[in-house]
Design a protein around this ligand. Structure first.
Ligand code: RAM
Length: 329
């Protein structure tokens, strides 16, 4: 072998070894979402990638089942355990069903947190709420009440019946309902964060409750499907569709008047914060009541007695600001 060829081969081997060592040192953070194909989670994944870039030694694995089931997530989590990831950050389809699998992950030394939609305390090390649950519950009712001064019937179109986050928000919304006199909640239905099922559920609500004044969907999939169903039924102006949505998906609904206003927090920030928290716990940050864990540019998460923290307040979007935000998330 010529000297030059030998030097090249040696250099190639050295490069390969260095790449291997770098990959071995990378902290693998799996972002497990409720289901693939949901814009909200894709925006969160952007934030996770931003955190990884900032940290330099993180590999983000964005994954989830094809539908919003606990069974699907259990399969995904089992495969992540087998791959030997360092952290699992999950938005749960069911607060209890994932616990045994996540316990197994923690027993193997994997950092487990939940974010967005929580896991019961025994199945995770901490949970990051996007915002205060009580504030979200009040916000979704207020958004509807603000545009129905004479009161009337409203219905909730949620995600899956076992979704931790939507169930808590609905519970909080029901608590404050008496503060909104004349607002009458007639039904709560579930579209499973599937566009077609949510659309059919919205149609069902319109058929069953002809005097419906608002559909409140605390899910980005449900609010968009409801807006489409109301639009297709020719009921813009009669039924206001509101709740939690993405400006990028809801711009047309605001423009047409099917939606007067809706709210959300920044999902990019949420994915970013969940990744920062996972990384810091992998690197030894303490968890538990009173613990403070860094979230990079999002500040510090202060854990309460349930091991929970909240990120930021929801923000309301309407005709005055939708243009500005629709290209961001
Ligand atoms: C959907 C999901 C997610 C929820 C948002 C508001 O994208 O259900 O969990 O936080 O809506």
């Amino acid at each position: 072998m010529s000297i030059l060829k030998k030097a090249l081969t040696t250099a190639a081997i050295a490069t390969a070894l260095m790449a291997q060592a770098a990959a071995a040192e990378n902290v693998k953070v799996a972002l497990v979402v409720k289901a693939l194909g949901i814009g909200f989670f894709e925006a969160a994944a952007k934030g996770a990638e931003e955190a990884a870039k900032e940290l330099g030694d993180v590999e983000v694995i964005y994954t989830g089942p094809t539908d919003t089931t606990a069974e699907g997530q259990i399969e995904v989590i089992n495969s992540l355990i087998a791959q030997g990831v360092n952290a699992i950050a999950v938005s749960a389809n069911d607060k209890d069903a994932l616990v045994p699998t996540l316990k197994k992950a923690m027993e193997r030394g994997i950092t487990v947190i939940s974010w967005d939609s929580g896991v019961a305390p025994e199945g995770r090390m901490m949970h990051l709420n996007p915002s205060s649950n009580a504030l979200i519950g009040n916000t979704i009712i207020k958004l509807a009440a603000d545009h129905m001064p004479e009161g009337g019937d409203v219905a909730i179109l949620s995600a899956s019946a076992t979704a931790t986050n939507q169930n808590i928000w609905i519970e909080e919304a029901k608590k404050v309902l008496p503060n909104y006199s004349g607002v009458n909640l007639v039904a709560t239905v579930y579209g499973d964060d599937l566009a077609d099922k949510s659309y059919r559920e919205a149609q069902g609500l319109m058929a069953t409750y002809p005097n419906l004044k608002a559909i409140i969907a605390p899910t980005t999939v449900g609010i968009l499907a409801s807006c489409q169903a109301v639009t297709d039924a020719g009921k813009i102006g009669q039924i206001n569709v509101t709740g939690l949505g993405l400006p990028s998906e809801m711009a047309g609904c605001v423009e047409s008047g099917a939606t007067q206003s809706f709210a959300i927090w920044n999902p990019i920030d949420l994915g970013y914060a969940a990744t920062m928290l996972s990384y810091n716990i992998v690197k030894g940050a303490a968890v538990g009541d009173g613990a403070e864990i860094g979230m990079g540019r999002m500040g510090t998460a202060k854990l309460d007695a349930n091991g929970e923290a909240a990120m930021s307040d929801p923000f309301t979007y309407d005709k005055s600001n939708i243009e500005q935000f629709k290209s961001i998330f």
